[in-house]
Design a protein around this ligand. Structure first.
Ligand SMILES: Cc1cc2nc3c(=O)[nH]c(=O)nc-3n(C[C@H](O)[C@H](O)[C@H](O)COP(=O)(O)OP(=O)(O)OC[C@H]3O[C@@H](n4cnc5c(N)ncnc54)[C@H](O)[C@@H]3O)c2cc1C
Length: 463
């Protein structure tokens, strides 16, 4: 039986990053993967969706070329080619992970891994053969899949999840997107840009419900302007797939309404991959669909760890990677700090983009802070105006007493690349005045951060 220092179950951004860090730390490491290296993120999540969204963005630029003084003659989209490009990008990224595994001398074991007692993993290969491996440390990083609601069972054809949504053979004419978290919103934007008639149905009162309310409202305005129908405080109670398309019964305060479409995309969250992997055999504790871990990702059974989407933190790729790195560094005996889940940035890559970190205004008030709020609209930014991207704003929230930067919320072009400034500043416990005195380059969208902070302290220049 092959023996390792570390075996990682699953090769998503949690698993493969963990394996690389483990190898860097001198551990003999293996990764077990039943599908493609790179997990959901590289194959079915972050990366292929961003490729689709880039096509949508380029298409939007073409539609608005005359706004920039350009004429482009005839142009059209080729839906099949757009999907093909996205799949090609995903494939390339997965191959990149293959290269990284080789470079870091990590053994890749293909097959379905099941935990055994005594720190062992039984791997069943595609041909049905089984091999047992053992390790001093086993890290579970088996991720998650699309969650199914009883009222919205997925048949993969008319009621689909995200995997089908990024590989549809034909573009639907009409689509209902149920759920307005990042996944639902990104697909709503993509399909609308491509020319599909899109209706978003959200159970809660606001779309992108985890975001600051002002951001949600701004996105709703932008979406409505671009032709996306938005229904909030609305619940799909029934679907009927008999006949040509699909009918969804939607309940709102005003009563019930039946919407018709070709396809319903169910984007109502995720379900962790914790079944059949031996958790019960080993005695690993779970709660509400997640594996329970301590601050350094050890489960209740010594030697077994869990990171990424299978654990209770935010289900994001960068969280999975950060958890994995901390986990193996702790195993190595390094002095590491627990992850600050209050300082994790979240991004949605529709147009306009959304990026945020820390407390929303409502949450800051609920937490008892006396706050200072500053807001700077991109309509007052020279760079945003020059780029033709004046939609949106930066909003910052500070603790009035000590100047702690409690939250940063942005909506606009390119803001997903701007949020890291707030993450680093918050990590370094930077106060508002220090951000103000850090000179930002002109003309950039990032000046809006400095100006929003200035607005919080009544020192704004360009408003
Ligand atoms: C459409 C979509 C878009 C997204 N966009 C973003 C984004 O822009 N930014 C962001 O941060 N996050 C995004 N996410 C979330 C992100 O993809 C996940 O948070 C991330 O992939 C979680 O990483 P993970 O390593 O925990 O698990 P996963 O990426 O799910 O990887 C788990 C791996 O384990 C394998 N596996 C499972 N069980 C076994 C087993 N028993 N044996 C062997 N292998 C097994 C699976 O095949 C898979 O490869 C998106 C998700 C989706 C669905």
């Amino acid at each position: 039986m092959s023996k390792y220092d570390v075996i990682v179950l699953g090769s998503g951004p949690g698993g493969y990053v963990t394996a690389i860090r483990a190898s860097q730390l001198g551990f003999k490491t293996a990764v077990v993967e039943k599908e493609n290296l790179g997990g959901v993120c590289l194959n079915w999540g972050c990366i292929p969706t961003k490729a689709l969204l880039k096509s949508a963005q380029v298409f939007e630029y073409l539609k608005h070329a005359s706004d920039y003084g350009l004429s482009v003659g005839e142009y059209d989209k080729d839906f099949e080619a757009v999907v093909k490009r996205s799949r090609g990008v995903a494939e390339g990224m997965s191959k990149g992970v293959q290269f990284l595994m080789k470079k870091n001398k990590i053994d890749v074991i293909e097959g379905f891994g099941k935990l055994q007692k005594g720190k062992k993993v039984l791997v069943t290969a595609k041909d049905g053969s089984t091999t047992e491996y053992s390790a001093d440390n086993i890290i579970i990083a088996t991720g998650a899949r699309s969650r199914e609601l009883p009222s919205l069972p997925q048949d993969g054809k008319k009621v689909i999840g995200y995997r089908e949504a990024m590989t549809l053979p034909e573009q639907p004419k009409k689509m209902i997107v149920v759920g307005s978290g990042a996944i639902g919103i990104e697909f709503a934007y993509f399909y609308n840009s491509m020319g599909t008639e899109v209706t978003v149905v959200e159970y809660l009162p606001n779309i992108v419900p985890v975001e600051d309310e002002e951001v949600s409202k701004q996105l709703e305005r932008s979406f409505k302007k671009s032709g996306i129908k938005v229904m909030t405080s609305a619940e799909v109670t029934k679907v009927d797939t008999a006949g040509e398309g699909v009918k969804a019964t939607v309940k709102t305060a005003k009563g019930e309404q039946v919407l018709e479409a070709d396809i319903i995309l169910s984007a109502v969250g995720i379900k962790t991959n914790i079944e059949g992997i031996g958790l019960e055999d080993v005695g690993i504790a779970t709660d509400r669909d997640k594996i329970l871990v301590n601050d350094f990702y050890e489960t209740n059974i010594p030697g077994y760890y869990a990171i990424g989407d299978v654990t209770p933190g935010q289900a994001l790729a960068h969280v999975a990677s950060a958890e994995g790195i901390l986990c193996v560094e702790k195993i190595k005996g390094m002095h590491v700090e627990a992850l600050d889940y209050g300082n994790i940035p979240g991004c949605t890559y529709c147009t306009p983009e959304i990026a945020s970190v820390g407390l929303t205004e409502k949450k800051a008030i609920e937490a008892g802070y006396e706050i200072k709020v500053g807001k700077f609209p991109f309509s007052a930014s020279g760079k945003a105006k020059a780029s033709g991207n004046a939609d949106g704003f930066v909003k910052v929230i500070f603790d009035a007493k000590y100047g702690e930067w409690l939250g940063c919320h942005m909506i606009g072009a390119g803001v997903t690349d701007m949020i890291a400034e707030a993450v680093v500043a918050r990590k370094l416990e930077t106060t508002g005045h220090e951000v103000l005195k850090a000179v930002h380059p002109h003309p950039t969208m990032s000046e809006a951060v400095m100006e929003a902070v200035a607005a919080a302290y009544d020192e704004v220049i360009h408003l």
